[in-house]
Design a protein around this ligand. Structure first.
Ligand SMILES: *Cc1c(COP(=O)(O)O)cnc(C)c1O
Length: 361
């Protein structure tokens, strides 16, 4: 009898065997500022009303396959232009996977600025698509000349642009995004996961370009546990994507909960307002700390570089003091000695700052 190992070597593609599973660190007992979650739960009376709404859930039935009512409400709340369509995913991660599955072929490549969102690369690799990460400039703005050059050379099937970008937090210039759209031979996907915290967005460009899709997610705004994202764009593209989508990808509880929270979206907007305010307070506090360089952010997190202490040492010493943030040191050469902290409640932010001061001595 051959061992699992032998058969895996025989049958699992080498590209997959060479990969590591996406690792989520254990946050038990720690102040969790590593994953861009909204730190607030909702007010008790809203929570009660949500639980009543869930009583209607018919768990013995498959969910509504195209969730038309939820989509209409989403379009309205998220200000999707009238003539654009919508498709929902089990998080926007699943939408990225659908888009790449639709476009996958060994000679269809993917381009994205880097450092950027890691799922573009991971999912391209899984699907066997060549992936080109184009370095941002040192100040994390788009290197437009380099982007246009790589697009010209590689003729990518898909270009992903996250704006605000994760993990750098900055919004890219609209004019640069437009140039990239106009120079791309395939599909351009604008990933607007952090729009709730940003000063601008590009949803309106959908009416100008037929090879553009805009992705949004409810995760960062406060519903990470529901796993719901969506993509807006021309019906022709979404019709193709709908062939890739698994029939019941958004479950009954998520559909009901999303409908409920779209009716109470003011609650999430108010929380986003607090987070934006506290991001600016945290930014100013970090700016005053010697040995720390913090970068401007249009998202619910801040990227900073430590000159006082190696990032790994600082990361560990924060964890010993009960604070979990994200270390990005190894993620990209431009992120040397960088860490990323999610904006928490005022109290959590204070605890983070105290632990940071303490660690730096
Ligand atoms: C968090 C994040 C996502 C994924 O969001 P989900 O909807 O939770 O899957 C997508 N893109 C970017 C840039 C993100 O930071």
């Amino acid at each position: 009898m051959s061992s699992a190992k032998n058969r895996i070597e025989r049958w699992v593609r080498p590209a997959i065997r060479a990969m590591q599973a996406y690792h989520v660190p254990d946050a038990t007992g720690l102040v969790k500022l590593d994953a861009m979650e909204n730190p607030y739960s909702c007010p008790l009376e809203v929570r009660e009303a949500w639980l009543s709404a869930l009583r209607m859930a018919e768990l013995n039935r498959y969910p509504d396959p195209d969730a038309a009512a939820v989509k209409d409400k989403l379009k309205e709340v998220m200000q999707v232009p009238e003539r654009q369509s919508l498709l929902m995913g089990n998080g926007s991660d699943e939408i990225i996977q659908m888009i790449l599955t639709l476009m996958a072929a060994p000679d269809h490549c993917v381009v994205a600025p880097e450092p950027g969102f890691v799922m573009y690369r991971i999912l391209s690799e899984i699907l066997g698509m060549p992936y080109f990460g184009v370095p941002l400039k040192a100040d994390f703005t788009l290197d437009l000349a380099a982007m246009l050059d790589v697009i010209e050379q590689s003729r990518p099937a898909v270009v992903f642009i996250a704006s605000p970008n994760n993990p750098t937090g900055n919004l890219f210039h609209r004019a640069d995004i437009i140039r990239i759209i106009e120079h791309s031979p395939g599909l351009v996907v604008l990933d607007e996961a952090y729009t709730a915290f940003a000063s601008d967005n590009c949803m309106d460009l959908l009416d100008r370009y037929e090879h553009l899709l805009v992705m949004r997610t409810l995760s960062k705004a406060g519903l990470a546990g529901l796993r719901t994202g969506f993509v807006a764009g021309p019906d022709a593209w979404l019709g193709e994507l709908d062939k890739i989508r698994l029939p019941y990808n958004v479950n009954v509880l998520s559909q009901l909960s999303v409908s409920f929270f779209l009716e109470h979206y003011d609650v999430l907007e108010e929380q986003a307002g607090h987070i934006r305010r506290d991001r600016n307070i945290l930014y100013q506090a970090l700016e005053r700390i010697k040995g720390i360089d913090v970068y401007p952010s249009d998202a619910n997190f801040l990227l900073f570089r430590t000159r006082a202490q190696p990032a790994g040492v600082l990361h560990n010493s924060l964890r010993e003091r009960g604070i979990l943030i994200k270390i990005l040191q190894e993620a990209h050469p431009l992120l040397d000695q960088c860490l990323r902290v999610t904006v928490g409640t005022p109290d959590e932010n204070e605890r983070f700052l105290a632990a940071l001061q303490d660690s730096l001595g």
